[in-house]
Ligand binder design. Structure first.
Ligand code: SF4
Ligand code: SF4
Length: 116
C-alpha cells in the first residue's frame, strides 16, 4: 500500500534521509536585534522566520505599531538564516552569528523515510 508523506508526519529536525555532510555540519546560532522605532508592523519577519520564533509585541512604538519580539523560551532558536533581515522593508531587524553548534539531527534518523 502506498503511504503519502505529509509534512505533519515529520518530527521536527528529522530529515527524510541522513544528510551526506552530517559529520561536519554545524548549525549557526544567531542573536536577534530589533530596532522597535523603525518597525511598521508589516509582519513579514514573523511570517518568514523558518523557526517560527518571532511574534509581535503587545506594546507599541512611537508610531503606534507593534514590533517583533522573540517568543518566550525561543531565545536560542535563531539559526542566523537572515530571512528576517532580508524581508524587512524598514531595516528594523537583523541578526549576528554568535556560535555554530553541532546539528541536532542524529545519525540514522532516516527511519522516517516514506515510500512512494
Ligand atoms: S535570522 Fe532566521 S531564524 Fe533568526 S530570527 Fe531571523 S528569520 Fe528567524
Ligand atoms: S519586517 Fe520589519 S517592519 Fe515588518 S514587522 Fe518585521 S521588523 Fe517590523
Amino acid at each position: 500500500m502506498t503511504k503519502t508523506h505529509r509534512k505533519s508526519d515529520q518530527p521536527k529536525n528529522k530529515p527524510l534521509r541522513t544528510p551526506m555532510d552530517l559529520s561536519y555540519a554545524k548549525v549557526p546560532q544567531g542573536q536577534v536585534y530589533v530596532i522597535p522605532e523603525r518597525c511598521k508592523e508589516c509582519r513579514f519577519c514573523v511570517e518568514f522566520c523558518p523557526q517560527g520564533m518571532l511574534t509581535l509585541s503587545t506594546e507599541i512604538n512611537a508610531k503606534g505599531y507593534h514590533y517583533p519580539q522573540i517568543r518566550e523560551g525561543r531565545e536560542k532558536d535563531c539559526i542566523h538564516c537572515g530571512f528576517c533581515n532580508l524581508v524587512c522593508p524598514e531595516f528594523a531587524i537583523y541578526t549576528h552569528e554568535i556560535a555554530a553548534v553541532d546539528t541536532p539531527i542524529q545519525e540514522g534518523s532516516h527511519e522516517h523515510a516514506v515510500t512512494e
